[in-house]
Design a binder for this molecule. Structure first.
Ligand SMILES: NC(=O)c1ccc[n+]([C@@H]2O[C@H](COP(=O)([O-])OP(=O)(O)OC[C@H]3O[C@@H](n4cnc5c(N)ncnc54)[C@H](OP(=O)(O)O)[C@@H]3O)[C@@H](O)[C@H]2O)c1
Length: 160
């Protein structure tokens, strides 16, 4: 099972606002996110889920929170107490791939062990205080997969 991060990062490293708001809305980038993740389990932090407000369709939504009393009013959303528990839950279902979809706190932990990252680099700076962790380029094989007027998409595969 491939464990992949998917993220969109502004030129200044920003991925969102601490208030939970997204820093930009680019329809084609959102479409890329949807096309890439559809059909696969997605793991996200509690704050990112609250920003979305509801589960993303066509994907098993797993939310992580350290609060054992945290409840979500959607029957089809799985809540786990750790990222490891969320990954183990997916492994038992046998998908070929799973996606870690943010936000900042979850990326910071997951970047240390994921196999792959699908990163959209936006061609503009954005307002916000949540940033993606530093990427050490020589730990990854990097391949450009798309060029668009407003962004470029790269696949990072961890070197063994
Ligand atoms: N640009 C992008 O691609 C992208 C993608 C996703 C999100 N975002 C942005 O990112 C921002 C949110 O990021 P964030 O860093 O504030 O929050 P976050 O990572 O979405 O969620 C943090 C919460 O996750 C839980 N958590 C963290 N580590 C955990 C662990 N090891 N085990 C169990 N639970 C854990 C905790 O919930 P409890 O407090 O309940 O314990 C924590 O408060 C928003 O602005 C959003 O728009 C951007």
């Amino acid at each position: 099972m491939i464990i992949s991060i998917i993220v969109a990062i502004a030129k200044n490293g920003v991925i969102g606002k601490a208030s939970g708001e997204m820093s930009w809305h680019v329809k084609e980038e959102f479409q890329h996110f949807k096309d890439t993740t559809l059909g696969y389990p997605i793991i996200m932090g509690r704050k990112t889920f609250e920003t979305l407000g509801k589960p993303l369709k066509g994907r098993l939504n797993i939310v992580v929170s350290k609060n054992k009393y945290y409840k979500i009013p959607f029957n089809d959303v799985v809540v786990k107490l750790s990222i490891e528990d969320a990954i183990d839950h997916c492994k038992a279902l046998g998908p070929e791939k799973i996606f870690i979809i943010g936000g900042g706190e979850i990326y910071k932990q997951a970047i240390t062990f994921v196999d792959e990252m699908i990163i959209t680099f936006m061609k503009f700076e954005a307002e916000g205080d949540v940033k993606f962790p530093a990427i050490i380029d020589n730990e990854w094989k990097i391949e450009k997969i798309k060029d668009h007027e407003l962004f470029e998409i790269y696949r990072y595969v961890r070197r063994n």
